[in-house]
Write a protein that binds this ligand. Sequence first.
Ligand code: AMP
Ligand code: MG
Length: 496
Amino acid sequence: MNETSITKENDSLSKIGWNFDNSYARLPEAFFVLHAPKPVRAPKLTIFNERLAEELGLNVEELSSEMGVSQFAGNTIPEGAEPLAQAYAGHQFGHFNMLGDGRAVLLGEHITPEGERLDIQLKGPGRTPFSRGGDGRAAIKPMLREYIISEAMHSLGIPTTRSLAVVETGEAVIRETELPGAILTRVAASHIRVGTFQYVANWRPIEELRQLADYTINRHYPELEQEENKYLSLLQGVINRQASLIAKWQLVGFIHGVMNTDNMTISGETIDYGPCAFMDQYDPETVFSSIDRQGRYAYGNQPHYGGWNIARFAETLLPLLDEKEDKAIELAQEALSSYADSFMNNWQKGMREKLGLFNEEKEDEALIQNLLDLMKEFEADFTNTFRLLTIEKHEETALAGKKEFVEWSEKWQKRLGRQAESKKDSQQLMMKSNPVVIPRNHLVEEALEAAESGDNSVMEKLLNILSKPYEYSVEHTEYCKLPTPSNQPYRTFCGT
Ligand code: AMP
Ligand code: MG
């Protein structure tokens, strides 16, 4: 097949319910390249997020029919879609590069029945003008991995892009070996990244930068429209959302793995689940990504690099912040200096909640740090330690029997006793703040292995469990087991 064989959906026949209004395609033409997906040989639906489809106001039955699958595969363009590849740049591990959608195509923006504007993007639909040496394709396992982890993040209450479907293409992709090809349909508040601003600020005239900033404010921060210096408010808004987002990652042990500026959204959603993974044993130096040899994006470094990326964002806004460069820099620096405090406030609040604390005391910082230090020293599992503290099974933690832990527990109990709320209230707060299940690496791998060999049941069961991560049930406890110890550290890979 070639591009000419793409068909256009006639929505009066399919009744899928798409409601496209493509505002990004109306922005300056340098922001994107109109580009259709390349049809694939034999699309087959592997997984479909019915609940999300319903939330989007789409017809589940129609969408899982041949026509829907053809759309998820890029073989049929939905009525109203205007496929394009977005231009962007980015600092990759500190080095600035021109990037762009090398293996993604934005179909357009779907307006939900509630009036929400959401990007519908195909990931893995073939080469685009930004593909450089890549094939523009994706393999089944990494796409299912993004599906599982992004949906788990959503259920954990963490802002994220969503996954609507994964189709197998019926074509092989060549990696180290031949692998089954696949396409993920991703749903996002938008795909505007720090890297989008970097691209425009570097290579386009200031009027276009202003257009991008105005568009972004209108789409993601409409409440800032009337502010005196709305571009400074935009910077502050992004700082606040990213400080909150990264604190949420830290609180569940999520490691993004490739926090390059092209993988940081302006909307504040987590994006681009490549080499990400959840930490089992607590250790700030945890790194899973095979390409992150220096540990730049280790768990404990994420807050710092969040700030680093936002500083790159601030640089792009300088010409809009003030006519005088000195003044613009001063304003940007003042805003940037709030990031560390904002992150810390979010994180400490979250940590207090994980310990059942409603109010704030000066000693809380030490109480929290002491526990983390003990967890590091005694190689305690991050999620399970908090889960077991929640259900008062301290004896099952890796800290049980350690005299330092006994001392810490006494201090914690006294601290709990000093607040007005009851023990029961505390426990309820802890249950809402400490997930029972996270997408542990060995569980995800097990599900992907089974799916690759044609059995989706393991993945479906896992997805079901992960959709209620705070449910303290017997069934959930089954998923808390740690992997059998291995000599090989767990490794994740980019761009597969
Ligand atoms: P990432 O860090 O995975 O988000 O990707 C960085 C850049 O590489 C982006 O511009 C991607 O579009 C591009 N890229 C990743 N994988 C491929 C591929 N298989 N073919 C073409 N471009 C790719
Ligand atoms: Mg990316």
